[in-house]
Design a protein around this ligand. Sequence first.
Ligand SMILES: [Zn+2]
Ligand SMILES: [Zn+2]
Ligand SMILES: [Zn+2]
Length: 486
Amino acid sequence: MENVEVFDSPGKGRGLRATKEVWAGDVLFAEPCFASVVFDSFAAHVCHNCFRRQQKLQRCGQCRFAQYCDRTCQRAAWEEHKNECAAIKSHGKVPNENIRLAARIMWRLDKDGGVISDLQLITLDDLEDHISDIPEIDLKELKVDIHNFLDYWPRTCKQHTVDSISHIFGLINCNGFMISDHKGLQAVGVGLFPNLCLVNHDCWPNCTVILNNGNHSAISTMYHTQKRIELRALVKITVGEELTVAYVDYLNLSEDRKRMLKQQYFFDCTCDHCTNKTNDDLKMAGAEVDGVKVPDEKVKEITEYSQEMLKKMEKARIDANYNEVVKICRECTEKQENVLADTHIYQLKMWSTLSEVLSYLQFFEEAAIYSRKMVDGYMKLYNPNNAQLGMATMRAGVTHWQAGQIEVAHSMICKAYAILMVTHGPTHPITKDLEAMRMQTEMELRMFKQNEYIYHTMREAALKNQPVQMMSEPIEEGIKSLFRKK
Ligand SMILES: [Zn+2]
Ligand SMILES: [Zn+2]
Ligand SMILES: [Zn+2]
């Protein structure tokens, strides 16, 4: 590993630091997946090899559980699946995702040992499992998982002690990395990446981690590229500087981030942003109307009201009742207007959902208005190279394109492209989509300036064909947390 090394980070334990100067967009390391599984809830909807969402999948004839795009994906996955396949068959039922992942890790350990590539900086044995930090109530759950694991684990395979099994469950619990579909829009599985476990958290980090599901389109599995993560620099980093990523979304108040970090990762965040409560005031700010500040009482009242409405909205969204979502959001944004500042996180949340759902329901013009407000707010809060900001700007650009506002659309797509070149890199599928979109909007913009009539005719045709499919159904919240939440 030429760019990074393990060191003792003061107050944090082990960490990684740069051994070479790097610039924004540079890859510090790429790491293959040690093992991964599809979530129980997605087991019938995504390919168990490439994690692509597919309408039609082919079932494994042996276990009737694993599903694949085609024979190519099935062949590529066989090495990882064969032990599991036999175990599921003889067990007679499919255990939950935690147990499936623990078993896959164990089979891999038995076959390859704790280190699977030259680039791996630490063995699984040496990683921290935080078992002693787990609260009593969750320990019960862990015991149930271990019990079920032992039931599932074949007698014919190497037997492991309860301690080593619980070590693996501990690792999954605090370091299980969320694996998204290939477009990075939705979390569909969980995996383990040993080096990544060494990268400490900072609420305002200097790196980002991005998953690349690899390319599995070639018929011969020899030409496939592996599922991997990349640690990418967001800013210039000098030799000796600690590398950090954000485990939780920055668009939470510092006290909420601290609580989440303590609960799931068992540490107290002492980063500058938490210590100084940076931007907390903006995230809860009231509006200013004609130079006059809205009274604190009123801001507080609408903030509390928004909190209630957000809960209602989330419920309607989980039920996929999108008309209800729109109704709640509209009602709430009306009350928030001219009371909450355009950086208030509850207002941003409403705008984000409203634009996403309206665009799904094809009310593009209204969706465009809210998506723009959302991006303007995000830009005042997020680091300029934040992946969330890049994805939101991309979404807003597509929405403006759908609404026929080609000038704004093109400028937003270009902005998003610049961010994603840093956070995702030029070969990531989303960046490639965005590149195609950028060329499309550039051409349309040129046409629009020459002849508006021809532009509109052509746009109608393009909308019908939907050349670039970037928007997913708004089923769940996007991926905002690095590791899997319990
Ligand atoms: Zn596949
Ligand atoms: Zn099978
Ligand atoms: Zn912090």
